[in-house]
Design a protein around this ligand. Structure first.
Ligand code: OGA
Ligand code: NI
Length: 385
C-alpha cells in the first residue's frame, strides 16, 4: 500500500459499511483525503468506460471534437432574426444542443456564480453536510454521484441542487454560507430565468407556432402561445451546481453517466475545463468550452412538446486527473403540476402523436424506482404504434 494513502482502501479490509459511509460523503471528501486509486465502487464495467470509442470515429488522440452550432442571441433581436431561427431549429433537430453567445447577462454575474459555487464546495465537509438529504423533493439537496440511493456504480461528482421557484419561499432554505452565496445565486437565477423565457419565445417561433401575419384564426393561435409563455413564467427552475474533483484514474469512471435532461431546456455554464460530451451520430463528442457562453440543450419535455422534432440528446461528463471542474446547470420547464404533451399544432395525419402526456410527479416516481440514466424516462413516454 502506498504510504500517501490515508483514506478508504479496500485492501485494508475495512468493513463494507464504513467504506460505504465514506462514499456517501462524496468525491470531494475522498479527494481531499488523498485518494490515489479509484475505489471499486466507482469503476465502470469495461464497455461503459469513457475511452470505448466507435472504431470508425477513432482519431490519433481517441477524441472526437466537433463544434456545436453557435447561436448569437443578440442577432435574434435584430433584422437577422429569421435566419437565426432557422439555425436554432436546425441545431435543436440535429444536435439537441447549441452554444449561446452574446446573451447579454453581465460577465460579472456569471463569473460570480461560478466563483461562489467553487467556494461552496471548498467549505469544510461539516458545513456542506448540513444540506445532504435523501429526499429528492427537498428544496436544497447536497449529494454525490447521479442518484446516490440507486446507483450501483458511483460517479465522480458532488452536487448542490436548489429549487428556485417560487424564490421567496425557497430562499430561506438555501445555504447561508459562503456569506454572499444567496445574494450572488439569486442574481444569477433571475437573469437566467429571463434569458430562458426569451429563448422559449424564439423556440416556439422556430417551431412555426407564432405567426406574425394576422387573421382571426391566427390571433387565436397567438393567444394560445401567450398562454404557454405565461405558464413558463410561472414554471419550474432547478439549479444544479456540479463539482468534479480531479480523479486519479479518469479512464475508469465518469463524472456523470449518459443521461438526458427531463425539463424543457437546460442552460449550462461550464468553466474552462473540458468534460461535457454529447452523443452525436453514434459518437461521443467533446463540447469545447467558450468562456462566458451557455451550452443550451433540449430536454425531454421539449422533445415531447415538439412531438419529436427537437431532440433530447444523451450527454455525459468525463473527469480528468489534473483539474477541478465546476458547472452550473439551470433546468427549466412548466410548473411542476402542469401536463406536458405534444403541441396539438404539431400533430397531423402525416406526423401522428408520438408521446403520452406526462408530468413531473410521473418523472419523480420513475427516478425513485428505476435507473434514470440513458433515455429510459423519455422512452417510457413513447407511443409505439
Ligand atoms: C447536468 C449535466 C453537464 C456538466 O447537470 O444535467 O448534464 O457539464 N451537466 O456538468
Ligand atoms: Ni444533463
Amino acid at each position: 500500500m502506498s504510504p500517501g494513502m490515508v483514506m478508504p482502501v479496500e485492501s485494508r479490509n475495512a468493513d463494507y459499511d464504513s467504506l460505504e459511509t465514506q462514499y456517501q460523503k462524496g468525491v470531494k471528501h475522498l479527494y481531499d483525503n488523498g485518494i490515489e486509486h479509484v475505489p471499486r465502487k466507482y469503476i465502470l464495467p469495461a464497455s461503459e468506460r469513457p475511452n470505448v470509442v466507435n472504431e470508425r470515429s477513432r482519431d490519433a488522440t481517441n477524441h472526437v471534437n466537433l463544434k456545436l452550432p453557435i447561436i448569437d442571441f443578440s442577432e435574434l433581436q435584430g433584422p437577422n432574426r429569421s435566419q437565426v431561427l432557422t439555425s436554432l431549429a436546425s441545431a435543436c433537430e440535429n444536435y439537441g444542443f447549441f452554444q449561446l453567445v452574446n446573451h447579454g447577462i453581465p460577465h460579472e454575474i456569471i463569473s460570480n456564480m461560478v466563483d461562489v459555487s467553487k467556494r461552496f464546495f471548498e467549505l469544510p465537509f461539516s458545513e456542506r453536510e448540513k444540506y445532504m438529504s435523501a429526499d429528492i423533493g427537498s428544496p436544497v439537496r447536497y449529494g454525490t454521484s447521479y442518484n446516490q440511493t440507486n446507483d450501483g456504480v458511483f460517479c465522480w461528482r458532488d452536487f448542490l441542487k436548489l429549487v428556485c421557484h417560487p424564490l421567496p419561499d425557497l430562499l430561506p432554505h438555501w445555504p447561508s454560507s459562503p456569506l454572499d452565496f444567496r445574494k450572488l445565486a439569486v442574481r444569477y437565477v433571475k437573469e437566467v430565468k429571463f434569458l430562458f423565457l426569451m429563448l422559449v419565445d424564439a423556440i416556439l417561433e422556430s417551431l412555426g407556432l407564432m405567426n406574425k401575419k394576422k387573421t382571426t384564426e391566427e390571433d387565436e393561435d397567438e393567444d394560445e402561445i401567450k398562454e404557454i409563455l405565461k405558464e413558463f413564467e410561472d414554471g419550474s427552475q432547478l439549479m444544479v451546481m456540479n463539482c468534479y474533483p480531479p480523479c486519479p484514474q479518469p479512464d475508469l469512471t465518469l463524472g456523470m453517466p449518459p443521461h438526458s435532461d427531463y425539463g424543457f431546456l437546460t442552460l449550462l455554464l461550464q468553466d474552462e475545463v473540458k468534460g461535457l460530451q454529447i452523443q452525436h451520430k453514434e459518437n461521443w463528442v467533446t463540447v469545447e468550452p467558450i468562456p462566458g457562453s451557455f451550452v443550451v440543450n433540449v430536454g425531454d419535455h421539449l422533445e415531447i412538446f415538439s412531438n419529436g422534432r427537437y431532440k433530447s440528446v444523451l450527454h455525459r461528463v468525463l473527469v480528468n486527473s489534473m483539474n477541478y471542474r465546476i458547472s452550473v446547470a439551470s433546468l427549466h420547464s412548466l410548473p411542476f403540476k402542469s401536463k406536458v404533451q405534444p403541441c396539438p399544432k404539431l400533430i397531423s395525419e402525416t406526423n401522428p402523436r408520438r408521446y403520452m402526456d406526462t408530468d413531473f410527479a410521473t418523472f419523480l416516481d420513475y427516478i425513485k424506482s428505476r435507473d434514470s440514466t440513458k433515455k429510459s424516462f423519455l422512452q417510457s413516454r413513447k407511443l409505439t404504434s
